[in-house]
Write a protein that binds this ligand. Structure first.
Ligand code: MRU
Length: 344
């Protein structure tokens, strides 16, 4: 399926991405032709969103192959394995990173009598498979989630769980894209999503590109809108889902879920199976990434607080299963309690 509302990356004799740090002002394309560049792109949020992080890291393994191609095969495999370990250190919360890199690692481990050519072919095939599977899953999430969206609905979303966060179709935005395709009139309220502003910079950018009606709000306005009856449904993505249905998603998601619960508004998590971590029982076991203080202290390069202010900057929070109405997945809409029966 080549149906992508946006194209956050592509492979054409090399790995190319849109630098999401520069959006919405500039659409800058960057070639990631060294492992260091792939590492930095993920770490510094040039590419972000759990499914996209997974996919880029898989192609990153191919980049590692190309960088070390001159080495004898056994040494080459060792170098790639080292690079896989390094990539796993970029973003601890996004499960897709580990899901994709474990798959790539398996190829190396099983490549007993491979020539270099065979190994390269298999690595590229697997990365492409991860990409195609995500695109397909996201489209199905769109088709399944669209049924929850009635004509005239107002939808609230947080962060960017759109095409830019995946291989191109999105998770939370996928039902919105399909609803639009089917001619439904919908409106999206977008949380700006402090401190990195993925909502303001990225979700607004891609909704505008796809001619979907939206209104940007500050994160602290959601409760007021809900109290006025302006929100019919909340749809967010997730970085990791535990067996009991607790989720980690962008900081602020938990507050939204509490607010939605208080106002009796359905709260859905749109997520592919590649984000389910069947190894962990509940959300308390999900590692939460903490990011640089300056993401909070500075805006446009200028301090917005006294320089020495103490800052706490967790990038994600945990939303407990009992606040989640359902999961919109490629296999249908699931209740949190159904998850543990499905895998692992
Ligand atoms: O820090 P980010 O921008 O990578 O965080 C992204 C999110 O929290 C998304 O909601 C999540 O990864 C799901 S993307 C389909």
């Amino acid at each position: 399926m080549e149906k992508r509302p946006v194209k956050p990356f592509w492979w054409k004799n090399g790995l190319f991405i849109i630098d999401q740090r520069k959006l919405p002002e500039k659409e800058i394309i960057v070639k990631l032709d060294t492992l260091k560049k792939v590492y930095d792109a993920i770490k510094k949020l040039k590419v972000r969103g759990a499914p996209l992080i997974g996919c880029i890291s898989a192609y990153g393994v191919v980049v590692s192959f190309l960088e070390n191609e001159k080495l004898p095969i056994e040494k080459l495999k060792k170098e790639i394995e080292k690079d896989i370990k390094l990539l796993k250190k970029t973003r601890p919360t996004a499960y897709n990173l580990f899901y994709a890199l474990d798959r790539m690692e398996k190829i190396i481990k099983n490549a007993k009598n491979f020539t270099k050519e065979q190994l390269k072919k298999r690595l590229l095939e697997e990365a492409e498979k991860i990409y195609k599977e995500d695109l397909e899953a996201c489209y199905k999430i769109g088709e399944n989630g669209e049924k929850l969206i009635k004509d005239g609905m107002n939808i609230l979303t947080h962060c960017n769980a759109g095409g830019l966060a995946t291989t191109g179709f999105g998770t939370a935005l996928a039902p919105i894209y399909v609803a639009k395709e089917k001619g439904k009139k919908i409106h999206v309220y977008v949380d700006e999503t402090r401190p990195v502003l993925q909502g303001a910079r990225l979700t607004c950018w891609e909704l505008e590109k796809n001619r979907i009606s939206y209104t940007l709000i500050c994160d602290n306005m959601a409760g007021f809108l809900m109290s006025r009856g302006l929100i019919d449904i909340v749809i967010v993505g997730a970085d990791r889902v535990a067996r009991n249905g607790d989720i980690a998603n962008k900081i602020g998601t938990y507050s939204l879920a509490v607010l939605a619960n208080y106002h009796k508004i359905p709260f859905y998590v749109a997520v592919p199976f590649s984000t389910f971590d069947f190894n962990i029982e509940d959300g308390s076991q999900i590692p939460i990434e903490e990011r640089d203080q300056n993401e909070i202290k500075k805006m446009n390069g200028k301090y917005i607080c006294p320089k020495k202010s103490k800052v706490f900057n967790p990038a994600f929070d945990i939303t407990p299963n009992y606040l989640i109405t359902g999961f919109i997945t490629e296999r249908g809409i699931l209740k949190p309690e159904e998850i543990k029966n499905l895998g692992g």
